[in-house]
Design a protein around this ligand. Structure first.
Ligand code: GLC
Ligand code: CA
Length: 542
């Protein structure tokens, strides 16, 4: 029997999705960059880990100005990642192992090397090919000032001037011109791209920058101080979270629904919590990442509030919550949770001081957070290396930094490369088993100690914790979508699932007694000699 079929509950409502940052996962041909065949060779590892699906970051043809989020051709694979045939083989191999594939689609912008932009750049002013992007006159007597004060998410102006004097909009790097979603050709093209990949068997799409597609057609100034890598959370913002977005998504949903077998749309929407359910309405996205868990500090009251809001908001629109502790855009949680709650982890790698970091607390909390997240109703996303407890690499030499944020922020932020260092598979092999050549970002000393092979031997490793948690999650009560809070100490986060599974996390300063239970199923770091749950530890009970 096909293991993908016969589920009564659509897989995505409770699935565990593993995020593959392709160029840092596994390198099959020794060029230092991870690729599709490297991922194919590691499918047995992912099947053994017990994940439901993979989300693969963009693999399309790209000059890689933003790690592939600058797409030159949406219907072909970037040669450094492999070929279209490799991708088709991957989809088929994954399906054979019971793993689904979510592609990462980037509709907000293309690459400047996309045919459309090459055409628009050289076309005469007013040519229809220019209307696929946001290309406008500047301000000031000779149009020498940008059309608005909008700033790029990566820092600096969001406008770049063309040789003919007009300006084009790019909410990200200058190599990523924003598409005009008011243009009918843009809409039709993406409908065709969806079908292209659905026909090749993908089970869903993660939609990049889902909250940025629509711009205020009057192009007003924002008038606020810019922030790097933060989406403003104000009502009626000229380019974030505009209502017009919801006129676009239903046509995508209809396309996806027309295919068999529970194909899905997942939104990357950094919006205010009360706006998130709008993206989850029955004719829009199936899932939208709940970034509030990721953003919350290690604080019991804050975590309880975020979880409670997330569960209720998703239920109100018939969806389930989509939990995330980390991804390729944020500091890895084993480091994030080691910093004091009031420290800005985006700037800390530049500003320090280094002494603020408590590495031991960070990894301990990350392990407890994993048990917390994996016990919640809904689905959960795991970012590659999270299951190994990898830390952020905060001291990459600045000359290897690849993320445009480092330059565009005028070196006030190192950017996101520290979470993208290629995975360690085996300490006895070159590049810690990532591939036969040095990896595209240098792996730090001792990286191999954190490798899959090393952690497989160690029953107390983070990898074994994740494996056990995923196996138990399948066995104990993820069929229901309810959560009841347990009446415990304010320093704890403790709840019960409909199946009887209980999760208790202790964020307080002292060890606590476990609530009455028949069995301790799993703990993040063991119990104290007197059987209590220590600070920064979590347990699953029956
Ligand atoms: C999303 C991606 C990020 C990328 C940006 C621009 O936020 O997750 O990595 O830089 O979109 O495409
Ligand atoms: Ca390679």
């Amino acid at each position: 029997m096909n293991r993908l079929d016969g589920l009564e509950i659509p897989w995505w409502r409770r699935g565990v999705v593993y995020q593959v940052y392709l160029r840092s996962f596994a390198d099959s041909n020794g060029d230092g960059t991870g690729d599709v065949n490297g991922l194919r060779s590691r499918l047995p590892y992912l099947a053994d880990l017990g994940v439901t699906a993979l989300w693969i970051t963009p693999w399309y043809r790209s000059p890689m100005a933003d790690g592939g989020y600058d797409v030159a051709d949406y219907r072909d694979i970037e040669p450094c990642f492999g070929t279209l045939a490799d991708a088709e083989q991957l989809i088929s191999d994954a399906h054979d192992q019971g793993i689904r594939i979510i592609a990462d689609l980037v509709p907000n912008h293309t690459s400047t090397e996309h045919d459309w932009f090459k055409q628009a750049r050289t076309a005469p002013i007013g040519d229809p090919s220019r209307d696929r992007y946001h290309i406008r006159d500047g301000k000031g007597a000779d149009g020498a000032e940008p059309p608005t004060d909008w700033t790029s998410v990566f820092g600096g102006s969001a406008w770049t001037r063309l040789p003919d004097g007009q300006w084009y909009l790019h909410l990200f790097a200058r190599e990523q011109p924003d598409l005009n979603w008011g243009n009918a050709e843009v809409r039709a093209e993406f409908e065709s791209i969806f079908r292209f990949w659905l026909d090749r068997g993908v089970d869903g799409f993660r939609i990049d920058v889902a909250h940025g597609l629509v711009k205020d057609p009057t192009f007003p100034d924002v008038g606020a101080a810019p922030e790097i890598l933060v989406s403003a959370n104000v009502p009626d913002h000229p380019f974030w979270d505009r209502d017009g977005i919801h006129e676009i998504v239903p046509s995508w949903r209809a396309i996806v629904e027309a295919y068999d077998g529970y194909r899905i749309l997942v939104a990357e929407a950094w919006v205010r919590p009360e706006r998130l359910p709008l993206y989850l309405r029955p004719d829009e996205y199936h899932q939208s990442f709940n970034f509030d868990l990721l953003k919350a500090p290690w604080d019991a009251a804050r975590l309880r509030a975020v979880i409670d809001d997330g569960v209720k908001a998703a239920a109100a629109v018939g969806s389930t919550s989509t939990w995330v502790l980390s991804n390729h855009d944020v500091m890895r949680e084993a480091t994030r949770y080691g910093l004091p709650a009031d420290v800005n982890w985006r700037t800390w790698p530049v500003t320090g001081p280094a002494e603020l970091l408590d590495e031991a607390a960070g990894i301990r909390r990350a392990r407890a957070a994993a048990l917390l997240m994996l016990a919640l109703p809904g689905s959960a996303y795991i970012y590659q290396g999270e299951e190994l407890g990898l830390p952020e690499v905060c001291d990459l030499p600045t000359d290897v930094l690849d993320d445009p944020v480092w330059e565009r922020s005028n070196h006030t932020q190192r950017g996101r490369d520290g979470s993208r260092v290629p995975l360690p598979w085996d300490r006895s092999k070159p590049a810690a088993g990532f591939g036969s050549a040095p990896a595209w970002l240098p792996q730090p000393e001792g990286w191999g100690e954190l490798s899959v092979a090393a952690q497989r031997e160690d029953p107390d490793s983070t990898l074994q914790l994740y494996r056990a948690a995923l196996a138990l999650r399948r066995r104990h009560g993820v069929d229901d979508e309810t959560l009841d809070w347990l009446d415990t100490d304010p320093g704890t986060v403790a709840f019960r699932r409909g199946s009887g599974l209980r999760c208790v996390a202790n964020l307080g300063p002292e060890p606590i007694e476990l609530p009455e239970h028949a069995e301790v199923l799993l703990t993040s770091s063991g119990l104290t000699p007197s059987g209590r749950l220590g600070t920064d530890d979590a347990a699953w009970l029956l």
